[in-house]
Design a binder for this molecule. Structure first.
Ligand code: C2E
Ligand code: CA
Ligand code: CA
Ligand code: CA
Length: 276
């Protein structure tokens, strides 16, 4: 009781303190992960309507020496609380550009990377991208930067200006998890987007939820008007693929085709043999 009283005076419950120290511990472990080579990249192929691989999404993986694989939903959220996310994604961008340099455009046209709003909003972000693409000698147009609707947290105008700077460099821009965030169709036309990714939650309920089907249909029709490509995420069965195809969706990603895989497995898939 005495302890509880003290905790309340300090403004938090013991459970919260435990959570805080857990987060701090995880953050330290994550910093070590970067220097001790515990991070890796998984690639999930993206396909066109003829099921040709036109690209892939790069997804970060962390294997903790004792806890095993930690979900990116968990460790990305921790990294996003500090500039650690910038370090992690800088590492990721370097690896992705290296891979693009290694694989000809005809074999792998493009690669998508997830960039957190915190990283995207850093003053040096565009310079960093210019540098990393230049160092590896790759065409920035082969990089698709995936942003979420939270980039508009500081206001639409700020986001648009930052996005324009990226477009000048030549990189492509995608809006990820579409429909789950601020979700106003109205602002879409003011964003310089190349691609929109319909969130998995809408795709997975296509056959059972009439509202989700209506949303997907509306998004596809509107994207077509605006000249933005749409990627359907989380496609898990043929019925979903067919529904989407019939309504003009041309790009697909999901377990129906491929799960995220190691870089080695991905290179083998693309080239039909091992690449040194
Ligand atoms: P996301 O960007 O929406 O990535 C797609 C997630 O859906 C991936 O989960 C992928 O494995 C999963 N997925 C793909 N197809 C299917 C499917 O058919 N069914 C189901 N059930 N799932 C599917 P993952 O790899 O666990 O990543 C989770 C999230 O972590 C990502 O969601 C993204 O928000 C975040 N993340 C991963 N790497 C990075 C990164 O480098 N930077 C940032 N900012 N976030 C990242
Ligand atoms: Ca993504
Ligand atoms: Ca997504
Ligand atoms: Ca997501």
């Amino acid at each position: 009781a005495k302890l509880k009283g003290r905790a309340q005076i300090c403004g938090y419950e013991p459970a919260m303190q435990t959570q805080l120290s857990w987060r701090l511990e995880m953050e330290q472990a994550l910093r070590r992960a970067l220097s001790e080579d515990q991070l890796s990249i998984a690639l999930q192929p993206q396909l066109d309507e003829q099921e040709r691989i036109i690209g892939a999404e790069a997804l970060m993986r962390w294997k903790h020496p004792r806890h095993g694989s930690v979900s990116p939903e968990v460790f990305i959220a921790i990294a996003e609380e500090s500039d650690l996310i910038v370090e992690l994604e800088t590492w990721m961008l370097d690896r992705c550009c290296k891979l693009l340099a290694h694989l000809p455009v005809a074999v792998l046209p493009r690669l998508s990377v997830n960039i957190s709003v915190r990283h995207f909003s850093q003053p040096g972000f565009v310079e960093g991208l210019t540098w990393v693409t230049g160092t590896h000698g790759i065409d920035p147009a082969r990089l698709m930067v995936e942003l979420t609707e939270s980039i508009m947290i500081d206001g639409l105008q700020d986001a648009v200006e930052r996005m324009r700077a990226l477009k000048r460099l030549g990189v492509k821009l995608a809006l990820d998890d579409f429909g789950t965030g601020f979700s106003s169709l109205a602002y879409l036309k003011s964003l310089p987007l190349d691609e929109l990714k319909i969130d998995r939650s809408f795709v997975s309920n296509l056959d059972t939820d009439g509202n989700d089907a209506a949303i997907v249909e509306t998004v596809l029709a509107m994207a077509q008007h605006l000249g933005i490509d749409v990627v359907a995420e989380g496609v898990e069965n043929r019925a979903q693929q067919e529904y989407l195809l019939a309504r003009g969706c041309r790009l697909f990603q999901g377990y129906l085709f491929y799960q995220p895989m190691s870089v080695e497995a991905f290179e083998e898939l693309l080239t039909g043999s091992e690449v040194e």
